[in-house]
Design a protein around this ligand. Sequence first.
Ligand code: 13P
Length: 252
Amino acid sequence: MRKPIIAGNWKMNKTKREALDFTQEIKGLIPSTETVDAVVCSPALFLDALVNETEGTDLKIGAQNMYFEESGAFTGETSPEALADIGVSYVVLGHSERRELFGETDESVNQKVHASFKHNLTPIVCVGESLEQKEADETAQVVTEQVEKALNGLTDEQVKKTVIAYEPIWAIGTGKTASADDANDTCAVIREVVKSRFSEDAAQAVRIQYGGSVKPANINELLGKSDIDGALVGGASLDPQSFLQLVEAGNE
Ligand code: 13P
């Protein structure tokens, strides 16, 4: 049985004060990490403050991106070593917005995944097809290639700790959710890829989230599916009570 993981991706939203208000309101209400993992992925600017604020609670903090090198002449980038040093637990890698707007490639995602393991950060690796690819019936092919490239060179043990987020690009921020059956079918494809590239054990252990217009009203149906182990949530994670409801759905 895989433990559900509910992660909020705040994207470029909230000020530091708003972020701290959010965590103060809910940090004591989050169910135990023994039954569900609850993660907030905030802008890099206030990761440090949020890690301090949530220390000793069941709410974990994640970054939304990082570079793969530890240090050096990389102006404007965030070091994985520095993220681990301040106590960040997770890092979102290869989000479609980073791929589309900031030139992230499957190769750089793979380098970052390796860097995350080097520094004991749990990667949340995002994959997903565009509307055009969906309409051309290319979803399985697109996510297969993305998953194979992102996980290339990992050990079985590392794959078991990896979180993969299937986020169809056309469902992000649009209010359009993939049907629970379609989302589950693609998550099952991803699990098959892990099985064929790594092992049955790795495929059974890897956690696969769905993302794209997830909200309290639709999360239960998604989490009820065999291959969906959690959710990566944008808009509906910005409100503390809504986030809490999503985490509680993961705890049921
Ligand atoms: P929405 O939940 O706002 O559609 O965003 C999904 C997403 O991109 C999470 O990473």
